[in-house]
Design a protein. Structure first.
Length: 211
């Protein structure tokens, strides 16, 4: 499902998704139409522009928050022209997983965009690297972050982007076992309980963003 007021961009995204065998159940121009479409035929995920009619401020974000609250199993991937950390924090604070925040430039990279959408639909997170950088650079109440080493903060930022341990190892030129140890240390320092799922990867990021 796509919510974007620019018809050219909306049609372009729909075409891109169709080329990757992703069904578009609805493509709408505003937040009101988005919420009606979700209620009528809930999708696996919704791609939503933050700024939409009538004021072009935060209509898309507010619709995304409503979806996150009312339909927690629906993935919500929002995108914006600029890094808006306040919007990102509000979106991420609702609940863990099924959420992404990309800059519109990221849509130009087909593999990044499709990969992010699939992760969000599957219950993961997908944050633009620049969004992560600015969020982690913003002073916050200590939620364990101050106890992290520089390398652990670097890995936490990559976790927020939705990268796997293998991808992080390749990016940082480390062996996978080393990344696993760093990730375990992050969980411990952020006081996150043991879990058999990847849920802690999301909580590790949100525990800081919510502070």
């Amino acid at each position: 499902m796509i919510a974007e007021d620019n018809p050219l961009l909306r049609d372009g995204i729909a075409l891109l998704l169709a080329e990757h065998d992703i069904e578009v159940t609805a493509a709408v121009p505003d937040a009101e139409a988005l919420l009606k479409a979700v209620a009528t035929d809930p999708p696996d995920a919704a791609v939503v522009d933050v700024r939409m009619p009538p004021t072009h401020t935060d209509e898309g974000l507010r619709a995304a928050l409503t979806i996150r609250s009312s339909y927690p199993r629906i993935g919500v991937l929002v995108f914006s022209q600029w890094v808006e950390t306040g919007y990102a924090r509000r979106l991420l604070s609702e609940n863990a997983g099924h959420v992404g925040y990309l800059l519109k430039d990221r849509i130009v990279s087909t593999s990044d965009f499709i990969g992010a959408l699939r992760r969000v639909a599957d219950g993961g997170t997908a944050l633009d690297p620049e969004v992560v950088r600015q969020l982690l650079a913003t002073p916050a109440v200590d939620a364990g972050l101050a106890r992290l080493s520089g390398r652990e903060r670097e890995i936490l930022a990559l976790l927020a982007e939705g990268r796997s341990n293998v991808a992080i190892a390749e990016h940082l030129h480390l062996v996978e076992r080393s990344v696993e140890k760093h990730v375990t240390a992050i969980f411990t320092k952020l006081d996150l309980p043991q879990a058999r799922t990847d849920h802690r990867r999301v909580l590790a990021v949100l525990s800081y963003l919510r502070s």
